[in-house]
Every structure is written in C-alpha cells, then in structure tokens.
Write a protein that binds this ligand. Structure first.
Ligand code: PMP
Length: 361
C-alpha cells in the first residue's frame, strides 16, 4: 500500500509507479547479479547492457536516425547552456537565440560568456506568453547554430513545430517536453535535456548530437566539456550516473509498453485539455500563455490576486495536490503534468478549482 499524492512538481517530478516498484524490488540485488546497480562497475557487462538498452530504447522511442550520437552526461541542462557555446562558438562566429522564457534567458547569458550570441527574437514583452512566428525571427544565415527552448517550464509556453533555420543547425533545450510526443530529430543538430522531468531522476542529462557537428568542435576544451570525449567513449569516459541511467532505461521500457510517444502525446493532450478548459471556462482563472503557445507539460495560470494564489496552493497541498505553486520568479499557479502524471490527478485538480472558485469567487 502506498499513499502517493498527486505530485504536480516541475522537476524533479513524478516517476511511473511501476518503475519505482521495479527499482525497489531490485534495489538490493539486480536479478542474477547479487549486487545493487549502485554497487557495480560502470564497465561491467551488466551496466554495459543497461546503458546500451537505455540508448537503444531512446533511439526507438524518438526514432533517432543513424548519424546521431546519444550521450548520457552530468551537470544538468545548465551545463549544456555552457557546453553548447564552448564547443561551437568561436571568436569569429555568432549564434542566434530565440528567447521564449526564463530558461532561454539563462542559456543566452551563458553563451555570451563564450562569444557572440544574438537575440533572434526576444518574447520578454508581456512576460513570455507566446512562441514567435517564423517572420518575427531575425536569423543570421551564417550563425554557428540557432538555439530554442522547446518548452519553457516556468512560463508554460511550448513550440508546436520547429522554426525553419535553413542550413544552420538547430539546438534545442528539450528538458521539459522530451518524450512527451514524437519528435522530428532529423530537424535538429543537437538536443539536450535534463532527465528529471520525463526521463528519470536528476543527475543525468541526455544529449543527442548530429555526428557531422563533431568535427566543428573547437580544440583546446577541457576533456570533460568536449562532446567528442563522450561520443568517442560511449558516455563512459568517466563514471556516469549509473543509477540515473538505470532508471531512465526503465522509464523508456514503461513508455514503450504504454504504446510509445504518439500514445503519450494523445494522453498528454487529454490531460492538458482538462486543465485549459477549466481555466477558459471562467474569468476567475486566467491562463498565462496564449492559446496557440500553451504547454502540454506545464499549465500556468493566475488567480485574481496573489493572496488567493497563495491560499490556492496551500489548500491544494492540504487536499493532496502538491507542487502547484508557480516558480518564484513569476508567481501564479503551475500544474506540471509530465508523462507519468495520471489523468485522475488532472480531474482532481479541476474539481478543486471549481470548489475553490465557489468559495472565493
Ligand atoms: N531548461 C529547462 C527548460 C528547465 O526546465 C530546467 C530545469 N527546470 C533547466 C533547463 C535547468 O536544468 P538543470 O537543473 O538540470 O540544470
């Protein structure tokens, strides 16, 4: 028996119960091994099978074409904010950043430490409520890359289709929507994502990189910060996050058993629709993002006052709906409803919203 509550946390976030149960069952002894996954060498046959399985399941789920490497790194998406420009920006090049929220702002700030990073669009006006249209982008055809944030976790705005960048490689921070829907990996030069929302625990970062970009990496980087180190050594140049990769492998298995990413997309759309319909159905709640740019993973909305928002979040917690307080930088309410979050939790939140409005509206 567990007493798990509805966990709306933005990340680390809810993991599939069957994954936690399997990890619990095998925590002391991996079947046939007699030791915990945390106690075995990252160069053992057992771990080699785990990391290979994690990679091949990710390749299957995301339909990653040949010609891309899949890396399991550390340092979170935040280290990728630095690694991308360190590897691909040189003194005589620049990169374009499309800023649709707080994480994109952090990414460009980091890039500016290593070279020229331009705002191809900055959607800060109005508090990051929408994704720009193609004709709003000021793209430099000779940029080293174009960077987007596939889903802005804090503001709750999400790209529905990729921007057209011609021959310039598209780089995406997909931390908060990877594996939530099918992805056209072939449109990207590089995709990175921290695992702790849709893939596993914190501490492992997935990087999917097109192999033809590897020769463009500038020389002289610290070994650990050079993508080639990890590509050439299959992510075991040093000790990777073995536990994180183990869980990620189980999450991918769970996703496959559920029917893959098209199925996930359908379920995620249904869950998000429940919440957006509840928001749109009244003036008491106000959605943050423009309808066309709304995130399927992080549903952000406001109430008539900050006081009411505070009360909403704390009463929700008391009712078993946890993690709804918006990010400290923007306030409001945020319901993060990643793959493992059940539809019943969205239904419970809708009911709570109706009751709360009745009492306070
Ligand atoms: N990018 C996005 C879109 C995120 O949501 C987050 C974390 N919430 C980050 C980057 C930073 O990730 P990390 O904490 O793994 O460095």
């Amino acid at each position: 028996m567990t007493e798990r509550i509805f966990n709306f946390s933005a990340g680390p976030a809810i993991l599939p119960l069957p994954v936690l149960e399997e990890a619990q069952r095998d925590l002391l002894e991996l079947p046939g091994v007699g030791m915990s996954v945390m106690e075995i060498s990252h160069r053992s046959k057992t771990f080699d099978e785990i990391i290979q399985s994690a990679e091949s399941r990710l390749r299957d789920l995301l339909k990653i074409p040949a010609g891309y490497d899949v890396l399991f790194l550390q340092g979170g998406a935040s280290l990728q904010f630095a690694m991308v420009p360190m590897n691909f920006l040189s003194l005589d090049s620049s990169a374009d950043y499309i800023i649709t929220g707080s994480w994109g702002k952090k990414a460009i700030k980091e890039a500016q430490k290593f070279g020229t990073a331009e705002f191809a669009a900055n959607m800060a006006d109005g508090g990051f409520t929408r994704i720009p249209a193609q004709d709003e982008l000021q793209l430099n055809p000779s940029a080293a890359y174009v960077h987007i944030t596939a889903n802005e976790t804090i503001e709750g705005v999400e790209w529905k289709t990729e921007p057209e960048t011609g021959a310039v490689p598209l780089v995406s921070d997909a931390s908060s929507n990877i594996l939530s829907k099918p992805l056209s990996v072939q449109k990207y030069g590089l995709i990175y994502a921290g695992a702790q929302k849709n893939m596993g625990p914190s501490g492992v970062t997935v990087v999917i990189i097109r192999e033809d970009l590897l020769p463009r990496i500038r020389d002289g980087l610290a070994t650990m910060l050079d993508y080639r180190t990890h590509a050439n050594n299959k992510s075991v140049y040093n000790t990777p996050n073995t536990w994180g990769i183990y869980i990620l492998n189980l999450v991918c298995e769970w996703l496959k058993d559920k029917g893959g990413l098209s199925q996930m997309q359908q379920e995620n759309q249904e869950k998000a629709k429940l919440l957006y319909d509840a928001i749109d159905g009244t003036d008491f709640y106000r959605g943050h993002a423009d309808p066309d740019s709304r995130s399927m993973m992080n549903v952000t909305f406001r109430l008539p006052s900050e006081d009411l928002e505070k009360r909403f979040a704390s009463e929700a917690t008391a009712a078993g709906l946890d993690g709804l307080k918006g990010h400290r930088s923007v306030g409001g309410i945020r319901a993060s409803i990643y793959n493992a979050f059940p539809k019943a939790g969205c239904e419970a939140l809708v009911e709570f919203m109706r009751d709360f409005e009745k009492k306070n509206g």
